[in-house]
Design a protein around this ligand. Structure first.
Ligand code: ZN
Length: 279
């Protein structure tokens, strides 16, 4: 394990964590003030600030951009509408390149409209990423497939385990990897093996942390701060490090009723303290 006493050098804040209280400009300032090394913005906030202005502010503060959230949603329209989804994804790649993001995180999409066919959705996702890859490779932006918890299979992502994401990467080749978010994969009995597999392929592009609260009151907006839930964060971290991952640990907490209501400074101070103690 790394020397966690060395401040927040490997810590990154996904701006979903402070979405309730800060826009992107405030988040960049706040993260830099807290001495945190990295940031991972969302596209709506990036576009609201302006891509060039955000890139300049991030650079001026010396922040690492551990990812851009998000591309994907290849199933949003159905197969006939895939071209529209691809246009938006190419713009996302360009935005990621403009801010120097280490990867573009892909939330791949759930069932197509009026469909019950998960296999068709997964084929659409594979074809969508394959069609996006030449543009991403040319821009030098790796695509990070983020498997989502199965509770989102219908409406957000039909890729639900790290094994499925690894299989997809095997099929697609260079330029694509995985984002491993503990919230989505902590329950998976194959997790250790699949993390090792992703590590051997050199494809772990991002590592997201938060915690799973018991009970969880909202499927989307009730994620916990590390240490407040039931995820064995240290164990998963040991697997990630054993797999050779040397990137950042990115905190991503959607918490409408709790953390979004607190001052941003308090949220970040808590992230640092928990990162040192329980991650
Ligand atoms: Zn995530």
């Amino acid at each position: 394990m790394r020397d966690l006493a060395r401040d927040a050098r490997w810590l990154s804040i996904n701006t979903a964590t402070t979405r309730g209280q800060w826009d992107l400009r405030q988040a960049i300032d706040g993260v830099a003030r807290a001495g945190i090394a990295g940031i991972s913005p969302w596209r709506d906030q990036l576009q609201a600030m302006g891509v060039a202005a955000a890139a300049a502010a991030i650079r001026a503060n010396g922040l690492v951009v551990t990812g851009l959230c998000r591309g994907g949603m290849f199933t949003e329209f159905d197969r006939a509408g895939l071209a529209r989804a691809l246009d938006d994804n190419r713009r996302a790649v360009d935005e990621a390149a403009a801010i120097g993001a280490r990867c573009l995180v892909l939330v791949v999409g759930g069932l197509a409209p009026r469909s019950r066919d998960l296999a068709a959705a997964r084929a659409l996702v594979r074809d969508g990423i394959a069609a996006l890859l030449p543009h991403a490779r040319a821009a030098g932006v790796p695509l990070a497939i983020e498997p989502l918890h199965p509770m989102y299979a219908a409406d957000r992502a039909c890729i639900n385990t790290l094994a499925e994401a690894n299989d997809l990467c095997d099929a697609l080749g260079e330029g694509v990897g995985v984002a491993i978010d503990v919230y989505h994969v902590w329950w998976d009995r194959a997790l250790e093996r699949e993390i090792a597999r992703a590590g051997r392929a050199g494809r772990i592009l991002a590592y997201h942390v938060c915690d799973w609260l018991v009970p969880t009151r909202d499927l989307l907006l009730d994620r916990g701060m590390m240490g407040d839930g039931v995820i064995d964060l240290k164990r998963i971290r040991s697997w990630i490090e054993a797999a050779g991952y040397a990137g950042s640990c990115e905190v991503e907490i959607f918490s409408r009723e709790n953390w979004w209501k607190r001052p941003g400074e308090e949220v970040l101070a808590t992230c640092i303290e928990r990162y040192r103690r329980v991650c």
